[in-house]
Design a protein around this ligand. Structure first.
Ligand SMILES: NC(=O)c1ccc[n+]([C@@H]2O[C@H](COP(=O)([O-])OP(=O)(O)OC[C@H]3O[C@@H](n4cnc5c(N)ncnc54)[C@H](O)[C@@H]3O)[C@@H](O)[C@H]2O)c1
Length: 337
């Protein structure tokens, strides 16, 4: 049985379905600090079975110990974390407590129960301002926000655990920019308040929730002056987790770090145009000042995940936009709470 922490969140809910499709049993935990219980109903509809779920805070060590005592958990995919870069600068302690405290209490409970297989949600943010493009895993690491620091510290903690006890197998997965939604339109990204990321902002403009898109920076040295990112369909990302778990759980597998991206960059305006094509909606936008901390371009060297895990993203920008639109159009208020 695989434990998903942060299980009702955006990426975890898609990973849950991918794990079911691959034949794994799953148990989820979440405290609903950034997600809705309605996700569980949607998973039930899509999977045709009742998701096994417990509401808990991963920082609660006693709750984590109890969870591992009561369920035969063989591996963990640890998604639970706060993830808003800007908010992390305003509330650094909340981010360190939740993201580092949660990781430590889950890892301690795993040690106590003998479960030593761990997949960690890291992020391309650990590369800071990239020195080379595409970015290989060997690139130098530097963070520009407390959020990024929690990911880098998390990676270091896990590397230390694996060094101290070689029975541990750890996958550090550095996600690029997840977008899109399940093709059914039943699950997707449901940010609270003003979206921090481009795609939910675009879809909210399309559905009439926001008037215009603000594009941060039109004078970068990129194809059209707007920022370039490696957008990856969340269902591809979900399948990347299945491939990572398969590798770790194989007798010949071992710990690794891998980028999960497509290896292709798209500018903000390219994404907006692709979305307009997919949705037949017009997206009015204004180009405004650059946002502090944003880099001009960031995209992955995705070859290690391909060579090591036999995984690569298959869904292109048009599918990402069509699926995001289907989700937003069918759920204009997200999960509705
Ligand atoms: N979405 C991105 O752009 C992106 C990029 C790189 C890395 N990541 C990482 O991937 C992971 C998942 O991201 P997401 O986009 O699905 O975010 P999300 O906010 O949708 O999911 C995170 C889930 O964790 C839960 N959670 C937070 N703290 C918790 C706690 N203490 N106990 C129990 N549950 C808790 C939230 O309620 C939420 O359901 C995070 O670790 C994030 O940092 C996300």
């Amino acid at each position: 049985m695989i434990l998903l922490t942060g299980a009702t969140g955006y990426i975890a809910s898609h990973t849950w379905l991918a794990l079911w499709a691959a034949g794994y049993d799953v148990i989820g935990v979440d405290d609903f600090s950034n997600s809705s219980p309605e996700v569980l109903n949607r998973l039930q509809r899509l999977g045709g079975r009742t998701p096994l779920f417990e509401r808990a805070d991963v920082c609660d060590s006693a709750a984590m110990l109890s969870l591992f005592k009561r369920h035969p958990i063989s591996a963990v995919v640890h998604f639970a974390a706060f993830k808003a870069v800007g908010e992390s600068s305003a509330k650094p302690l909340a981010y360190y407590r939740n993201n580092i405290g949660g990781l430590v209490s889950v890892a301690e409970a795993m040690n106590a129960s003998g479960c030593k297989t761990f997949v960690f949600s890291s992020s391309a943010t650990v590369y800071g301002t990239p020195e080379q493009l595409p970015i290989p895993e060997s690139a130098s690491l530097a963070t520009t926000s407390p959020y990024g620091a929690t990911k880098l510290i998390g990676e270091n903690i896990l590397a230390d655990i694996a060094r101290a006890d070689p029975a541990w197998r750890v996958a550090l997965l550095r996600y690029f920019n997840p977008v899109g939604a399940h093709e059914s339109g039943l699950i997707g990204e449901d940010p609270r308040g003003t979206p921090n990321n481009l795609m939910p902002y675009v879809t909210q403009v399309a559905v009439g929730k926001r008037e215009r898109l603000q594009v941060f920076g039109g004078d970068y040295e990129t194809v059209d002056g707007t920022g370039v990112r490696d957008y990856i369909h969340v269902s591809d990302l979900a399948e990347g987790h299945v491939a990572a778990l398969r590798h770790l759980m194989d007798p010949s597998g071992s710990s690794f770090t891998a980028n999960l991206g497509t290896g292709r960059g798209h500018s903000v305006l390219e994404l907006v145009r692709a979305f307009e094509r997919a949705s037949s909606c017009h997206i009015p936008y204004d180009i405004v000042a650059r946002r502090t901390g944003d880099v001009a371009a960031c995209y992955a060297d995705a070859s290690r995940a391909r060579d090591l895990l036999g995984w690569q993203a298959t869904r292109g920008i048009d599918a990402m936009c069509a699926d995001s639109w289907r989700w937003q159009r069918s759920n204009p208020h997200g999960y509705g709470d």
